[in-house]
Design a protein around this ligand. Structure first.
Ligand SMILES: [Zn+2]
Length: 122
């Protein structure tokens, strides 16, 4: 029998120290972020608010992914951005590959077609 090439230990890596910096990086708004990259992105959004380019933003917002009235899963996005016209965008900061995320992203896009889903990569 062929051995599986999937290493279960590699799936746990994201719970440890990330490649992009310490866990719980604290940004200038004093939120805890999972990576420096995410924290720096938060700081740049804060500057956009100050500059009046966007109205506001929230971190770690959970959307229910429902199909036919049944909750399949939740998707916690890194940032929900409210633009000056009142419309919303979600911004997901991805510093590493994640097995479940592509499916959640697809479900989100199908279920929330009015909210642009923007992925920020390094
Ligand atoms: Zn922050």
């Amino acid at each position: 029998m062929k051995r599986s090439r999937i290493n279960p230990v590699s799936n746990l890596r994201r719970f440890g120290k990330s490649k992009y910096g310490n866990k719980n990086y604290v940004c200038h708004q004093e939120h805890k972020h999972d990576s420096i990259f995410e924290g720096e992105y938060c700081d740049s959004l804060a500057l956009l608010v100050k500059a009046g380019e966007i109205k506001s933003y929230k971190t770690q917002v959970t959307y229910n992914l429902m199909v036919n009235g049944q909750k399949i899963t939740g998707h916690r996005v890194d940032f929900e951005v409210e633009k000056n016209d009142g419309s919303l965008e979600v911004h997901e900061v991805k510093g590493f590959a994640d097995h479940v995320w592509p499916l959640k992203r697809k479900l989100f896009i199908a279920l929330y077609p009015d909210i642009p889903y923007i992925t920020i990569t390094l």
